[in-house]
Ligand binder design. Sequence first.
Ligand SMILES: Cc1cc2nc3c(=O)[nH]c(=O)nc-3n(C[C@H](O)[C@H](O)[C@H](O)COP(=O)(O)OP(=O)(O)OC[C@H]3O[C@@H](n4cnc5c(N)ncnc54)[C@H](O)[C@@H]3O)c2cc1C
Length: 411
Amino acid sequence: MQDHYDVVIVGTGHAGAQAAISLRQKGYEGSVALLGDERVPPYERPPLSKEYLAGEKPFERILLRPENFWGERDIELLTGKRVVAVDAMDKSVTLSSDEAIGYDKLIWAAGGSPRMIDCPGSNARNLFAVRRRSDVDRITERLDKVENITVIGGGYIGLEAAAIFTKLGKSVTVVESRRRVLARVAGRGLSAFYEAEHRRQGVKIITEAMVNEIVTDDAGEAKAVALDNGDTIQTDMIICGIGIIAETGPLIAAGAIGGDGVDVDGRCRTSLPDIYAIGDCAAHANKYADGAHIRLESVQNANDQAKTAAADIMNEGIVYDEIPWFWSNQYDLKLQTVGLSLGYDTEIIRGDPETREFSVAYLRGGKLVALDCVNRVKDYVQGRKAILEGDELDQQELADPSIPIKEVSIA
Ligand SMILES: Cc1cc2nc3c(=O)[nH]c(=O)nc-3n(C[C@H](O)[C@H](O)[C@H](O)COP(=O)(O)OP(=O)(O)OC[C@H]3O[C@@H](n4cnc5c(N)ncnc54)[C@H](O)[C@@H]3O)c2cc1C
């Protein structure tokens, strides 16, 4: 480890890794350090609640690049290093080991930490998040001895984990505080479909219920989850999937402007000189959210913001305005989402959910702003184009799955 690099990237997740890759792809010749607190090389996070959790893919197959890639590109990969402070005047970061590293440009790509439930018993030894490889390894180590699993949170990660556990023969209960699963990210149609699907597969879904207490035994192991509706669920393991808290502490302490995430401009620059923020931890004005300042938690956003920051370091002056997209795999259902449904006023179901091939179109002021496509790749591809074109579409035709989206008339 040197005491100075031209570019220091904090975080070895999708965003940090892509920033280092993009710098080299663009011909950047300065020294680059890619450092993070996880003890393993950069890997894909989505399989943690999918194939990796299911034991279908070993860790080597979810690495973002082969291990020797980084050294071959002269990217110094520093794992097991946590940044605890940033000095924007001195242009240095301090590690938990007290060592300092100077930089010319700093890219903050520290992602987020799982938000954990806060109630009596929430420090139970068999309560886990699904955020890091180490979380999933701790879960799978115990799986053989586990029969009943409670998943707190009916978002994508909780539901994906529920699907895998069910496939593995576990008895799964999902507890969601809102009226429906996926309430934060999708419309009623999609929520209803996924709720029905999980129930059909044997998952118990309890909505509008809060966890009051986790009942533990003398060894500190959770044995039951007590809900505010009076129900008690016997459990051998708890998975907490209630979102993340953006990892911004050292940057905010250094004076960066931010709230839920570090604020960045269109080039991913923070309010501090020569410091960028990208990925899950960065809040930006998003064109597809009517300019609202938001954080996006997706691989697309992490990669595209990484490319934007690298381009800015290379003086290419690119502004980030990529259309958001996302995916989720549950059972044999491949969901692809494009656009942002924030503030939609009309929801149109395209096709019959019973056939397990349908899309949900979200419109604002007659214009298509987002699509959730379940096992309908064509809708996803054509819908993406329609969102970008921004025309008002004929809603009756849009509701007819036999009419390809690209042939839907302009209203
Ligand atoms: C289980 C799961 C499933 C997902 N599925 C999908 C999906 O299907 N599709 C999709 O698009 N997105 C999915 N996502 C979201 C996607 O993985 C994230 O949006 C993406 O990983 C964000 O990348 P990032 O680099 O910003 O942050 P992260 O991937 O969180 O990486 C940040 C890294 O920085 C490290 N770090 C944090 N603080 C410090 C510090 N102070 N010093 C040093 N290192 C630090 C962290 O340990 C971490 O390694 C999923 C996420 C999870 C957890």
